[in-house]
Design a protein around this ligand. Structure first.
Ligand SMILES: Nc1ncnc2c1ncn2[C@@H]1O[C@H](COP(=O)(O)OP(=O)(O)O)[C@@H](O)[C@H]1O
Ligand SMILES: [Mg+2]
Length: 279
């Protein structure tokens, strides 16, 4: 298995002087081709920053990030990002939204007719695999949140990225829609042979989707523990009730509590409430 993404002692500091924030400290992480890795951790532990530096949207301060063995110097068509807010163009139809970024990525106005045909074929295939064919001519505001996010994913896949970077993409969706999206993204990422790095603060989501769960901790943002998920690659919803799943979930939740300062806060709160009752 070759390595798709490698972070070597990556540090990212925002600002300077006493107000500087170390968002990432000495992050070492290697993600293999076709792997689905989830990043989980308390708010502020650097999950989005790590994803953005891999995407090349944000520069890292020190260390090295390699994608396919090549150092990241900025964004590239080999990587695509999907955010929580669907960021679709409201004035374009579903199909136009999917095709539009490819036109931008190609940086060309005079593309050959073959290019246009290939793009049209690719868009049709993505509409079909994402279950969007019937709404191809609709506008984003006519669709549910789940459908809009399907369009955003299809658009991200349009340029055949090697790596899909997803930052809490299902955070705004209701529980039932999220379950459907989970199975859809697992299916599509396998079909497209994409390496996925998926950020979430939902531990259950992280385990269900990930072959490995990377737990990050805050102040400074860092990788705390990497867990191998003891489930077959093919997932189904009933696995969420399986003993190994539940055991890993409570192990990760406990670790988040103890690394995020939450546990100390809770103990302090309990002590305070005892004192108040005694008075
Ligand atoms: N553009 C920025 N300028 C200054 N500080 C930032 C910026 N982006 C993120 N941070 C800080 O870096 C830390 C990590 O943030 P972030 O990566 O967004 O965490 P997460 O996604 O895990 O919630 C936080 O303390 C946050 O306030
Ligand atoms: Mg974030």
């Amino acid at each position: 298995m070759s390595i798709a993404v490698q972070c070597k002692v990556v540090c990212k500091v925002f600002g300077a002087g006493p107000g500087a924030v170390t968002a990432l400290k000495d992050v070492d992480l290697a993600v293999t081709d076709d792997e689905f890795v989830t990043l989980v951790g308390a708010s502020g532990c650097g999950k989005s920053t790590l994803l953005r530096t891999i995407a090349g949207i944000e520069g890292h301060s020190t260390g090295e990030i390699l994608v396919g063995g090549v150092p990241v110097r900025g964004p590239g068509v080999d990587r695509a990002m999907v955010f929580q807010n669907y960021s679709l163009y409201p004035w374009l139809t579903v199909k136009e939204n999917i095709k539009f970024t490819r036109q931008l990525a190609a940086h060309t106005r005079d593309r050959s007719s073959t290019d246009v045909e290939v793009a049209a074929g690719r868009a049709e295939a993505l509409l079909s695999v994402m279950g969007l064919t019937v709404v191809a001519g609709s506008y984003p505001n006519q669709l549910s949140g789940g459908m809009q996010q399907r369009v955003a994913i299809a658009r991200a896949l349009m340029s055949r990225p090697r790596i899909l970077l997803m930052d809490e993409p299902f955070g705004a969706l209701d529980a039932q829609t999220r379950e459907v999206m989970h199975d859809l993204i697992l299916h599509v990422s396998r079909l497209e042979h994409c390496t996925v790095i998926f950020v979430t603060h939902d531990v259950e989501e992280a385990i269900y989707l990930g072959q490995r769960v990377v737990l990050m901790a805050p102040r400074p943002g860092r990788v705390d523990t990497v867990y191998a998920v003891p489930l077959p690659k093919e997932r189904n919803q009933s696995m969420k009730h399986n003993g190994a799943f539940l055991e890993l979930k409570s192990q990760i939740l406990e670790r988040i509590r103890s690394t995020s300062g939450m546990k100390t806060d809770l103990e302090l709160l309990q002590r305070l409430s005892r004192t108040t009752t005694e008075v």
